[in-house]
Design a protein around this ligand. Structure first.
Ligand SMILES: [Zn+2]
Length: 242
């Protein structure tokens, strides 16, 4: 039976309360975690969490340049499935430095042909401009998408995938954007646990989509599994699971 996939959560935050060993086995969900700090690495490698992104969030913009350089240069040593969550955020200072940090990581993603996962709050057109320039070869996922339909259109043209979470689902003004995202079939679901929901959140999100939009649970699971398999280039074995 196909499971749901949670494309973005922070399992490190559960390290002291939940047994993370084989966490995918005891639940109805496959988790894709995120590593944003050096102290989070061991939890993911040691606990054999199968899938995780690693990166420096725009909140790290003010940290020492040497630290950032070293962290980013070592991302590939830990063999994450991709680089994330990286991006731009108007709530943090110094846009130039944020762009520098983002591009430092895009360079690694492009060189090693890795998928990327983004955090974007404000600065949308700056972000779009950067992506037109970089033309990354692998899958790009916008986590927690909650922008306008104009921004959706631009990112859609650039081939982005969109991860649907509570921020978008609970925003009544964004119904049309959400419908457009579902139409593309290039979407994922996310809890962003513990920041926007709990570890079972994607089940609730999938049920809300099924109840309020024209999509079945079966279809949701197939789309998530196929998209995930496309991201890891068939290594997930979706065609055998079907
Ligand atoms: Zn997050």
């Amino acid at each position: 039976m196909l499971k749901l996939i949670d494309i973005h959560c922070h399992l490190f935050d559960y390290a002291s309360t939940v047994d993370l060993t084989d966490i995918d086995n005891d639940r109805q969900i496959i988790y894709v975690s995120t590593v944003l700090k050096p102290e989070e690495i061991a939890t993911h490698v040691g606990k054999a969490i199968a899938f995780w992104f690693m990166g420096l969030h725009p909140q790290a913009v003010g940290l020492d340049d040497k630290f950032k350089r070293k962290y980013v240069d070592h991302i590939v040593d830990f063999d994450p499935i991709g680089i994330g969550e990286i991006g731009l955020d108007k709530n943090y200072p110094d846009l130039d430095k944020q762009i520098e940090l983002l591009e430092m990581q895009l360079k690694i993603a492009k060189f090693y042909k890795l998928p990327t996962l983004y955090h974007l709050v404000g600065h949308e057109y700056e972000f779009i401009k950067i992506h037109k320039k970089w033309k990354l070869p692998k899958m790009k996922i916008m986590h927690g998408f909650n922008s306008s339909s104009e921004v959706f259109e631009e990112l859609n043209k650039l081939g982005f995938y969109f991860s649907i979470g509570n921020r978008l689902l609970n925003n009544p003004k964004k119904r049309e954007v959400l419908e457009a995202i579902l139409q593309t079939k290039r979407f994922f679901l996310e809890s962003d646990a513990p920041y926007d929901g709990g570890l079972d959140e994607v089940i609730k999100i999938a049920v809300k989509l099924k109840n309020n939009y024209e999509i079945s649970m079966d279809e949701i699971k197939h789309i998530l599994n196929k998209n995930f398999d496309d991201m890891v280039e068939g290594k997930f074995g979706y065609s055998e699971k079907k």
